[in-house]
Design a protein around this ligand. Structure first.
Ligand SMILES: Cc1cc2nc3c(=O)[nH]c(=O)nc-3n(C[C@H](O)[C@H](O)[C@H](O)COP(=O)(O)O)c2cc1C
Length: 407
């Protein structure tokens, strides 16, 4: 067989070109655009921020077994999809604490966001707002409750509290959060002491980062990050402004090992609004929290950053939902990097899933655009996977659709 050949013509070549001359002059972040997974964002983040910063986000405690196991467990998910269901219209929304949110993903509280990107917490909150998602601000944030409320007044926001041994100070935070329009208080309870993060120790991480001899090499390879650090307001914890003490001194103030269940009652009365307890890992603790009128719990081991070898949240989830799921909302976090992880958690009975590192990789890779990219990645996969699962909304993801393959 043969075919008559023709000379290539510009008219037929042009539509095949993936770029145009004018696009060469557009200010687009091509590397960010070419990210299709959270892992892609992670690789880009690694190239754009200093090693100590990347390791602070990416690392976990001791041998990092909790985090590794959480991720491995998500790899064991198996779906059993329905077929022949009409899935032309699907709904990703979920009701969380009585109000609709666009997807069952919630921005976890993470400290120091301005270290990952100079625009920090407001950039993440803005992305949350634009996508109708909930943002949680950490007590260890580099933006205060007031600054966040002024910067992104419309965002649905929760305030994460570490109960300080100075209760008067804790009360101030609570009152500020109330004044600044935070709708729920999230008490983190897995921090009687700070976990041992070996990478941070090896990197000699300090806040703000110190310029040491080896830092000069880093400055040459990450000029944009350093340029932003040196030309914007100082990097500091919003709650410690003007408090000049080393990090370990600060953590002694923040983490109070004497907190007990009795403090929950004090907190509930002082706050007066929805209370979430984050860092619960046992059914008996969860049952106890029900008695104190807690509205929701996060099954979490702090993304493996506190106690290493702690339980895997996804594995604890079904028994927890069975025990307390009718009395309080149950969320999970730790090692979630894809929408399939989220859908599996929903199938096991979670109301929502908190994301930490996934959005921080986005933030480090490209500021607000990077966080948006992460949301886009989750949204696309969630839409695709729900249709492939044969479900129209989250309530149709019943436990029989999801299981964990044995090891
Ligand atoms: C860099 C970083 C800082 C964090 N800071 C806080 C914090 O200040 N308060 C808190 O309750 N949890 C904090 N966490 C834990 C997160 O809220 C969340 O539990 C964890 O990130 C979930 O795991 P993932 O990162 O694998 O999604 C932090 C996590 C990271 C990665």
């Amino acid at each position: 067989m043969s075919m008559k050949r023709q000379f290539p013509r510009w008219k037929s070549i042009k539509p095949l070109l993936g770029w145009s001359f004018s696009s060469l002059f557009e200010k687009k972040d091509r590397k960010l655009e070419n990210c299709f997974t959270v892992d892609d964002l992670k690789s880009l983040a690694k190239k754009r921020v200093p090693k100590a910063v990347f390791d602070y986000v990416d690392g976990a405690a001791l041998e990092e077994l909790s985090l590794t196991r959480a991720k491995e467990t998500f790899r064991r998910i198996e779906f059993r999809p329905h077929v022949l269901r009409n899935v032309s219209q699907i709904d990703l929304s979920q009701e969380v604490l009585g109000k609709k949110t666009a997807m069952p993903i919630i921005f976890a509280p993470t400290g120091y966001s301005r270290m990952m990107h100079y625009l920090g917490e407001p950039a993440v909150a803005q992305a949350a707002l634009e996508n109708d998602l909930i943002y949680s601000l950490s007590t260890m944030g580099t933006t205060s409750t007031e600054e966040l409320a002024n910067a992104v007044p419309e965002v649905r926001r929760w305030f994460q509290l570490y109960l300080w041994n100075d209760r008067e100070q804790s009360k101030n935070f609570i009152e500020n959060a109330k004044r600044d329009g935070f709708e729920a208080l999230m008490l983190t309870v897995d921090t009687p002491i700070s976990g041992q993060r070996i990478k941070d120790n090896r990197n000699g991480l300090t806040v703000p980062p110190k310029i040491k001899t080896k830092t000069f090499f880093d400055m040459a390879t990450k000029p944009k990050w350093w340029g932003n650090l040196l030309t914007t307001p100082p990097l500091e914890f919003a709650t410690f402004r003007g408090y000049n003490a080393p990090l370990f001194e600060l953590s002694k103030k923040i983490f109070d090992p004497s907190v007990t269940m009795n403090d929950i009652k004090w907190l509930k009365d002082t706050w007066g609004g929805p209370l979430i307890v984050k860092g619960v890992q046992r059914v008996d603790d969860a049952k106890e929290l029900v008695k104190y009128g807690v509205d929701a719990i996060v099954i979490s081991n702090h993304g493996g950053r506190q106690m290493d070898r702690a339980t895997v949240p996804l594995e604890t989830l079904p028994e927890m939902v069975k025990a307390v799921g009718k009395k309080m909302e149950v969320y999970i976090d730790g090692g979630v990097t894809s929408a399939s992880d989220v859908l599996a958690a929903i199938g096991f009975g979670a109301k929502g899933v908190l994301l930490g590192r996934s959005y921080l990789y986005g933030l480090m890779a490209g500021g607000q655009n990077g966080v948006q990219k992460m949301i886009d990645i989750f949204k696309l996969e969630m839409e695709t996977s729900m249709k492939l699962l044969g479900v129209k909304n989250l309530s149709e993801i019943t436990p029989d659709l999801v299981s964990l393959r044995p090891y």
